[in-house]
Design a protein around this ligand. Structure first.
Ligand SMILES: [Zn+2]
Length: 107
C-alpha cells in the first residue's frame, strides 16, 4: 500500500532508510524517475513510499512524522534493555541486537 509521497528523492531515500532501520519493510516507488521530467506535473514525479504490510501503517506514519520534524528536534535517545546500547529516538529497534524499543516508553 502507498504510505506517503516524499518531496524529493533524497528525502524519500532517508525515509526508506528510517523505516527499514525500524524493521518496517517498504519500497521506494517512482514511476517517472527519468525521461518524462518537465512534461508531467512535478507532483507526479514525486517518489512514493510503499509499505509491504499495511499493518505497519500507524507505526510507519509515526516514524515519518518524527523524520519530517527533523531527527534532533525533541529527540530523546533511549537505551536498549537487552544490550545497553544508546539509540537515537527515531530508531524503534536496536541496531546492535535487534531488540524492540518498549512502546510504553515511546514518547
Ligand atoms: Zn540492543
Amino acid at each position: 500500500m502507498k504510505l506517503t509521497r516524499a518531496p524529493n528523492l533524497i528525502t524519500a531515500h532517508h525515509w526508506v532508510n528510517v523505516l527499514v532501520m525500524a524493521g518496517i519493510p517498504c519500497e521506494l516507488h517512482n514511476r517517472y524517475l527519468s525521461g518524462a521530467m518537465g512534461e508531467i506535473p512535478a507532483e507526479q514525479c514525486a517518489p512514493e513510499i510503499w509499505l509491504m504490510d499495511e499493518r505497519d501503517e500507524a507505526l510507519a506514519t509515526g516514524i515519518l512524522d518524527r523524520a519530517r520534524n527533523g531527527p534532533e528536534r525533541n529527540a530523546k535517545s533511549w537505551r536498549c534493555q537487552s544490550c545497553g546500547e544508546t539509540l537515537e529516538s527515531q530508531f524503534t529497534v536496536c541496531w546492535q541486537c535487534g531488540t524492540s524499543r518498549d512502546p510504553l516508553n515511546d514518547e
